[in-house]
Design a protein around this ligand. Sequence first.
Ligand code: SDX
Length: 443
Amino acid sequence: MSKVTAKIESAAQTDSVTLIDNASNKSVELPLLHGTEGPKVVDIRRLYAETGFFTFDPGYTATGSTESKITFIDGDKGILLHRGYPIEELAEHATFPEVCYLLLNGELPTPAEYEKFEHTIARHTMLHEQITYFYRGFRRDAHPMAIMCGVVGALSAFYHDSTDIDDPHQRMVASHRMIAKMPTIAAMAYKFSIGQPFMYPRNDLNYAVNFLYMTSAVPCEEYVIDPIVSRAMDRIFILHADHEQNASTSTVRLAGSSGANPFACIAAGIASLWGPAHGGANEAVLKMLHEIGDKSRIPEFLKRAKDKDDPFRLMGFGHRVYKNYDPRAKVMQESCHEVLNALDKKDDPILELAMELERIALEDEYFIEKKLFPNIDFYSGIILQAIGFPISMFTVLFAVARTVGWVAHWNEMIEDPHQKIGRPRQLYTGPSQRPYVAREKRR
Ligand code: SDX
């Protein structure tokens, strides 16, 4: 086993790391790069050429895949910034379209910019009428995430005029189309699943209200807007908008690095988000709470969560980056109480069970030692269920909100002059080269 010694010479802005291969006594000096926030990074782009070594980091626990200016997370302090603005302040004072503009353009919009952006997005909310026939091809009980994967992947068959990724105007149109059409696609998946007619988007309603209208209104009567619910919906979208290089965003970047069209990249992101370890966790949290059923069974499930031989994990707890409270979970918890009080569901047994589970888990040695705190998915499902969405729609709503993060990172990647196709290497432990053996000679 050859040994490599690392010597870190840290100066003001010219830090470097020298790696010395003790076997050959060869050494290589690698620059340490500084961000505006967060850890320094070792620039290993010359490592293989100069040492013949790869690095090894399954799950990218300590690997930066890109430079980005969009979102910063400090997992130890529980900090989340979007273009420098704390998530708590955006959730309190901004609207989701405002956060969309910020993520896409880097600055909060002026009143005139905001009005123009809202006008633009509103006029992209309709889908090509042929797309409505896609839904009729699915079974009524199809999971809405399966429908969303299929419909979004097919959008490039309809919107040819915004698939040239080298044209900044077409990239912007594709980005606006995705942000605008995802609520319509999601609402249609929901209406289809309950056998109700599609409700077309309305340009006189804001983003969150328009989505609630398309999912909840029926042609037979006036739709009454509940301001508490629509504000909660807008806040849920804000809290889910972006989160640095998470699995689905990294999927979108990797798909986009090959030059794939934006709609195909977003469809790839939706597929990745669906997993229960990622965006599918909100659906898994509600299923878990219903399975626990009663406070008396919490110890049994905590025991299972700690049992290495049991694949069960406490859904809605833990995070790759946050080793403190997920700041979004705190805002989500506040919203949860607001909405349930407003809907006169404050005695919701599921909420009570969730709060008791959170209390016990946060006092449990295992969760404290492993720094497993509630994440954004722990409370979101309780609100969504209280608003009236079925559990199968929870990850769909996450995808609606995260689309702006996906397209912001997709654009940033394409505009990055250093961008290359993503192509990780590996540690190969399979058989070394060996000759083919004719079938009749195999024993
Ligand atoms: C999201 O990346 C993002 O930013 C994602 C997201 C975003 O906005 O995009 O924040 C959204 O996906 C939030 C996470 C939702 N997922 C869940 O709630 C599912 C339950 N959580 C776990 O599956 C897990 O915590 C992960 C996947 C979220 C993080 O896993 P890691 O970082 O790979 O950590 P790990 O699996 O290595 O766990 C570290 C230790 C392990 O024990 P040891 O092997 O060290 O003994 O903690 C244990 C794990 O067994 N552990 C848990 C646990 N989560 C981790 N044990 C019980 N219950 C859990 N929930």
